[in-house]
Unconditional design. Structure first.
Length: 372
């Protein structure tokens, strides 16, 4: 097999202080025993630290590491497409195109795969489906291994990596044990000392410093929606629902006569969820609302099982992140869903977007690595 993988996007973001909450939350409970610190800067300004946060999702694979005063992120879209050598030659693959050759087949990876799939009218293939390793993809683990290597790379000496793991879904008969074990093996294969953590719990570390690392954190991903209730860094509740952005695509496609990939393309171009224009946009908006209400209702049911076993502050924030949450009007729909649930178990101080919705989880995992 020969590899020619390029075009992995990288982004450096300045480490900014967390903004003050609109309303300060008074918590009578004592402070956590161990104070959570943001990742320390390495000694050399240009040197990447040995700590990493690694978020493996159905749509994106994202790694975060510290370099000086910046957090550097790398991302690749978690999809691929197979082409014959003749098709590959016709497209003149090279330069910035991400691809791998195996025998007579060429596998194009990432965003390039999505662009080429549109040219040939082909469906994209994905290593993950509904948040976990895809059972129907024979090359899934092989392609995933290559993508992990390109985004995360070989570990430095003493390299520590915290990897995202979904919660077990409450509405589907499978657990995430196999998925977590496979991902751990792949990342350890690159020399990293691996721990796993819930992706929604990681959000509390990157987004809830101003509320003493306490919050209701919801990650709206492409394959699943993950929910965690975190109290002073302690994960008190976590679960997932087997619905996310791909579920919205599939449902909207059924009622509009479009394909799921066409609906996804419309969605990614940007629609106003509050005032959608056109039949497809209206269908997408309807299923967005249903997904949000579905996640909130399941949280209430799960919390009732804990009631009496946890003492929370008078009110806590609700933080949302994930690619599916980035549509205009999404935050308003979350606020509506919470306000309409008269049985919501505690007051919410504010509903806010993560400061960096796409990279928030990997940045939170990075902080967890630093504080192991």
């Amino acid at each position: 097999m020969s590899n020619h993988v390029t075009g992995v996007s990288a982004q450096a973001t300045s480490k900014a202080p967390v903004e003050e909450a609109q309303e300060k939350i008074e918590t009578p409970q004592p402070a956590p025993k161990q104070k959570i610190q943001t990742p320390e800067s390495p000694k050399a300004a240009g040197e990447l630290s040995k700590f990493s946060g690694f978020d493996i999702g159905t749509m994106n694979i994202i790694a975060s590491r510290q370099r000086g005063e910046q957090v550097v992120t790398k991302r690749i879209r978690d999809v691929f497409i197979d082409l014959s050598q003749e098709q590959a030659k016709m497209l003149k693959l090279g330069g910035e195109t991400s691809y791998v050759t195996k025998g007579d087949t060429c596998y194009v990876l990432g965003d390039d795969a999505a662009n080429i799939a549109n040219i040939f009218g082909r469906a994209l293939r994905a290593p993950l489906s509904k948040g976990v390793i895809s059972a129907g993809e024979l090359e899934a683990m092989e392609m995933l291994n290559i993508m992990v290597g390109e985004v995360l790379g070989e570990a430095p000496e003493g390299g520590v990596c915290t990897v995202s793991s979904p919660g077990d879904p409450v509405d589907n008969d499978f657990d995430c044990l196999y998925h977590e074990a496979v991902i751990r093996d792949i990342v350890e294969g690159y020399g990293w000392d691996v721990e796993t953590a819930s992706e929604s719990t990681a959000m509390a570390f990157s987004e809830c410093a101003d509320s003493n690392f306490t919050g209701l954190c919801i990650s709206f991903g492409h394959g699943m929606t993950n929910v965690s209730l975190v109290f002073k860094t302690i994960e008190t509740l976590k679960f997932s629902v087997a619905r996310g952005g791909s579920w919205i695509d599939d449902q909207a496609a059924k009622v509009t006569g479009k394909s799921s990939s066409q609906i996804c393309a419309i969605k990614e171009k940007g629609i106003d969820l509050i005032s959608p224009k056109g039949r497809e946009a209206q269908a997408i908006s309807i299923y967005y609302k249903h997904l949000i209400k579905y996640a909130i209702k399941n949280f209430i049911q799960k919390f009732k099982q804990l009631q009496g076993n946890i003492e929370l502050p008078e009110e806590i924030p609700c933080v949302v992140a994930g690619g599916t949450s980035m549509a205009p009007g999404f935050l308003d729909l979350v606020k509506q869903a919470i306000n309409q649930e008269h049985g919501f178990p505690f007051p919410i101080s504010e509903v806010k977007h993560a400061s960096d919705p796409l990279n928030s989880i990997s940045k939170g995992l990075l902080i967890m690595s630093q504080n192991r």
